[in-house]
Design a protein around this ligand. Structure first.
Ligand code: DAH
Length: 348
């Protein structure tokens, strides 16, 4: 009887060791623990037999039993650690079903997608419709119809990606849109007035360095109606600047030149760091946002509208630029924004 019990404890130790070492999951390990040390486990049953042994023999077998138990517990704890358990919970032999589960890691929309959504919502509130037009486009929509002369440098291969395709008799060569302004002609040609469009799209230019990428995003606003004036443009600029950058920010317009607007402006916003007083960041209180202007009569004509009846304003700004200005983000290389490096993207 005593010998049998000694053998039994020995085989419990051998069997459990083999099983524990080959367990592949914490669940499996937990089951093994129950099979040996649980209420009706093999070790627990053997301990009950121990009480039937004559008292003088008990200490010897008891010592072995104790050794076996400690070795099973230690081995389980070791294996638990190995299998990734944070704490080795020796002796706790049930699964707590009320514990919160492990959530799969959650990602988020890309920084640029977030900015596009935010910008388009702001303009939606004042009646702008988010539209999209082809990014593979005819020269006419990107340049010709926008009042660019034949020999304008932007039309050069050095600036624009031209596609080797048949040259269209009226529309010219095919290209990748170098700006979202091509959407202006397409929108006017739809013939539905008044126009309040926001064209957000990818743009392509032959440029690649730390502050330029061959592909980037712009958002282009166009408003055409009867009696549209610079005052309307200024109102929309102020509204956007306050909604996107914050109520304390102001906008201003300065004379500039674009082919497709007359008069043309460069739009600035007051610096958020010094509130327009002037600091190291802004040098003079203002930061440059992008271009705007009153739609050139030639452009209205190209869009099929009579400049005697209609006027309009337009603006076109870089999504990356306004987003980085808002976030106070300065990246050592703009092209990082388009990389798939999660160490960079996870920060936002
Ligand atoms: N298309 C111009 C560019 O890419 C930006 C621009 C300037 C758009 C003035 C406009 C505008 O609509 O009125 O540099």
């Amino acid at each position: 009887m005593e010998q049998e019990l000694l053998n039994l404890f020995q085989s419990i130790k051998n069997d459990s060791t083999g099983l524990i070492l080959s367990a592949e999951s914490l669940n499996e390990l937990n089951e093994i623990k129950l099979d040996f040390l649980g209420k009706s486990g093999r070790f627990t049953a053997a301990m009950k037999d121990l009480s039937k042994i004559p008292a003088e023999k008990r200490p010897e077998i008891g010592r072995l039993a104790n050794e076996v138990k400690v070795s099973i517990e230690e081995l389980i704890a070791q294996q638990e650690k190995k299998l990734g358990a944070k704490t080795a919970s020796v002796g706790v032999s049930s699964i707590d079903v009320t514990m919160p589960g492990t959530l799969p890691p959650q990602g988020h929309l890309h920084l640029i997608t977030q900015a596009i959504e935010e910008i388009s919502t702001i303009f939606q509130h004042i009646g702008f419709t988010h539209v999209r037009y082809p990014e593979v486009e005819w020269d006419w929509y990107a340049f010709g119809g926008l009042n660019f002369p034949e020999n304008h440098p932007a039309r050069d291969d050095v600036e624009t990606f031209f596609i080797d395709a048949k040259v269209h008799a009226e529309n010219g060569r095919m290209l990748l849109t170098p700006h979202t302004s091509s959407g202006q002609i397409r929108e006017m040609r739809k013939g539905k007035l008044p126009i309040r469009m926001l064209n957000i799209a990818k743009c392509y230019r032959r440029q690649s360095d730390v502050s330029h990428s061959p592909m980037f995003h712009q958002f282009e606003g166009l408003v055409v109606n009867k009696n549209i004036s610079i005052a309307n443009l200024k109102g929309v600029l102020d509204y956007f600047v306050k909604s996107y950058f914050g109520v304390n920010r102001k906008s201003r317009i300065r004379p500039y030149h674009f082919q497709f607007t007359e008069p043309s402006f460069e739009v600035d916003i007051s610096c958020g760091v010094c509130n327009g007083r002037g600091c190291k960041l802004c040098k003079g209180g203002w930061l440059e946002l992008g271009g705007a202007g009153m739609v050139h009569p030639n452009v209205l004509r190209a869009g099929g509208l009579d400049p005697k009846n209609y006027t309009g304003f337009a603006f076109g700004w870089g999504v990356e630029r306004v987003m980085m200005m808002k976030q106070g983000l300065s990246v050592p290389d703009l092209r990082m924004l388009y990389s798939t490096d999660l160490r960079f993207l996870r920060q936002f």
